[in-house]
Design a protein around this ligand. Structure first.
Ligand code: LMR
Length: 334
């Protein structure tokens, strides 16, 4: 009986999608939390352009950047409910969904470079992570790059001791909370859209993010020091509501897959230069002093952050960490 109901529901979903396609363009609402002028914002615009072109207007992509529609937590719920069809959350934001393995990307220094990143996302780990989303009604389409993180505060952060007692904003990842605690700071989870105000009013003392995210949200205007630490990574999973995706007409789905593959290449190609340009723009703004760590300071950060691996092994999965490190190492350091 249950499988009959499931089959009938699936047939109805396909019929509804078919009917919608017959009446007008299929609309895909793509919501995200960053500015249009960022690697993810530009990737989303490229996807819109290509998807509408390849489907010859049979699909319309509506972009909602800057948390216009939903904040971090709400957008995940909206996707599962079908209120939006597409998102690209940071890999650090899948824990609350119950898919904790994504937080492996948040482990300090786990990625030696971009070649390693590509090997991991395009390989067995990438496939395994996407498979974990399906029981949640979500399908993973692509991994998009942002970049390596810097740390900001109103005091210079050179040694782990400098973090003592500071309230540091993190994304909703237990690994990032553990990271800040290992440095002696007090982690505070905040939605991305709330960070600027929290920094400005002193609700938090500092933050970590990519230069592109900091610049486009004007964090540098309220943070006197930025440490070029490259201690961790921010990237995205582009995800869709699975029921919606599976009910699309196969020809349309194939066009969208092609648009996604091309937009992914575009987004990943521009990410480094976007972050370099943002760092330069922050430098020119003159509001924050940049701190470059000495070798001894870098070593002290690594030493302080190493225990996070053991502490988080049971959450993220020891196997996943080992596999990640093996694949990353095999790919080299670039
Ligand atoms: C953050 O919350 O800091 C980032 O995940 C925002 C983003 O989507 O890049």
């Amino acid at each position: 009986m249950r499988s009959f109901i499931a089959a009938a529901a699936a047939a109805l979903a396909v019929a509804l999608a078919g009917a919608a396609q017959a009446e007008g363009p299929v609309v895909i609402k793509f919501s995200h939390v960053v500015a249009p002028d960022t690697p993810k914002g530009k990737g989303a615009e490229k996807f819109k352009e290509l998807a509408e072109q390849y489907t010859k207007g049979r699909v319309k992509i509506e972009l909602y950047p800057n948390s216009q529609l939903y904040k971090d937590k709400e957008e995940m719920e909206a996707l599962q409910l079908g209120a939006v069809q597409m998102l690209a959350p940071s890999l650090a934001k899948f824990g609350p969904l119950g898919v904790k393995d994504f937080e492996v990307f948040d482990l300090p220094y786990i990625l030696p470079g971009k070649a390693a990143l590509r090997a991991v996302t395009d390989g067995a780990i990438g496939r395994k992570l996407f498979a974990r989303l399906e029981p949640k009604g979500i399908k993973g389409l692509a991994f998009w790059d942002n970049g390596f993180k810097v740390m900001s505060a109103n005091k210079p952060l050179r040694m782990p001791d400098d973090f003592k007692g500071l309230k540091m904003r993190v994304q909703s990842s237990k690994v990032l909370e553990a990271q800040m605690r290992a440095l002696g700071a007090i982690p505070q989870i905040l939605a991305f859209s709330e960070v600027y105000q929290a920094l400005q009013t002193g609700v938090v003392d500092g933050s970590e993010n990519t230069p592109s995210n900091m610049y486009t949200q004007k964090h540098h205007e309220v943070q006197k020091f930025i440490t070029l630490s490259d201690h961790g990574y921010i990237g995205y999973a582009v995800i869709v509501n699975k029921k919606f995706w599976d009910a699309l007409e196969p020809g349309i789905r194939a066009d969208l897959e092609r648009a996604m593959a091309d937009a992914t290449k575009f987004a990943n190609d521009i990410s480094q230069q976007e972050n370099d340009a943002a760092l330069e723009a922050i430098r020119k703004a003159g509001t924050s002093t940049f701190i470059t760590l000495t070798d001894d300071q870098k070593a002290a950060w690594r030493k302080a952050l190493l225990p996070v691996y053991d502490e988080m092994a049971s959450r993220v999965g020891k196997d996943t960490i080992d596999e990640f490190e093996r694949e990353a190492k095999a790919a080299g350091t670039n």
